[in-house]
Write a protein that binds this ligand. Structure first.
Ligand SMILES: Nc1ncnc2c1ncn2[C@@H]1O[C@H](COP(=O)(O)OP(=O)(O)O)[C@@H](O)[C@H]1O
Ligand SMILES: [Mg+2]
Length: 250
């Protein structure tokens, strides 16, 4: 249902994505692993045209967009099918939790205020924040703020949610609550692409793991295969750095 074909992206002379091909089926949870600077964030941003790739195609449930020639209309259509959860939450600081979630529903999806509120209350309950709907982001912990970010993405009912290291800005004791929320959403069958350094989480929740390095996909496969029997030396080296924290607790 999601196909990325031959995605190339350079920043000036630096080629950051060197022809990425990736297919994600409906309901898949794909974890993207890889060292810092390998192009993971750029790849996610190319999916919804926060960055425009220089070459390649993005296809999401029947809509095919050519990166080089995409027009505004195509990009708007594509963005409607995606939602992103950012590393640093990217919430509106002067809006309440409820308003942060209803904003996209009212502005982008043109839903009525009442309808947006009903939907927002439902997803805020899913992420365990029913008691915080009138709070402002500054009054919340990082874990709670990121759960608002997840509720905001979920509210849009997208074809795919793109997570960019959703727990990497959090204090260690807050990571578990956010991973637990993501795991619950995954169980509902929502398609997700998750860039993460949480290896235990990737192993447990993802049904496919993609290892990127230097702007290319080096290896991909079922988590059991990639974690237990990595085929490539680069994958082995990367995973060995994490071998001690595969058993996280939530
Ligand atoms: N807007 C940008 N302008 C210039 N270089 C960028 C930009 N965004 C990312 N890069 C560079 O692209 C490379 C890949 O970055 P990124 O996609 O953020 O990697 P990752 O998320 O895997 O750490 C890095 O070398 C980074 O410095
Ligand atoms: Mg990144």
């Amino acid at each position: 249902m999601i196909t990325l074909s031959n995605i190339h992206k350079s920043f000036g002379p630096q080629e950051v994505l060197k022809g990425i091909d990736l297919t994600v089926d409906q309901g898949d949870v794909v974890a993207i692993l890889g060292p810092s600077g390998s192009g993971k964030t750029t790849l996610l941003r190319c999916v919804n045209f926060l960055e425009r790739a220089d070459e390649g195609q993005v296809q999401i449930s029947g809509l095919t967009v050519d990166c080089k020639h995409a027009r505004k209309h195509d990009i708007v259509q594509l963005r409607r099918k995606t939602a992103m959860v950012f590393q640093h939450y990217n919430l509106f600081k002067h809006k309440t939790v409820l308003e942060n979630v209803t904003e996209g529903l009212i502005i982008a999806q043109k839903r009525s205020k009442a309808d947006a509120r009903t939907r927002a209350l439902h997803v805020l309950e899913q992420v365990g924040l029913s008691d915080k709907i009138n709070a402002y982001p500054s009054m919340l912990s990082g874990g709670q703020q990121q759960r608002v970010g997840i509720a905001r993405a979920l509210a849009l009912n997208p074809e795919v949610i793109l997570f960019d290291e959703p727990t990497s800005a959090l204090d260690p004791e807050l990571v578990g609550e956010v991973l637990a929320v993501i795991r619950n959403i995954a169980r509902e069958g929502i398609t997700m692409i998750v860039v993460t350094h949480e290896m235990g989480f990737a192993r447990e929740v993802a049904n496919r793991v993609v290892f990127m390095d230097g702007g290319s996909v080096v290896e991909e496969g079922a988590p059991e295969e990639v974690f237990s029997r990595p085929q490539q030396e680069r994958t082995r080296q990367f995973l060995s750095r994490y071998s001690s924290d595969w058993s996280y607790v939530i």
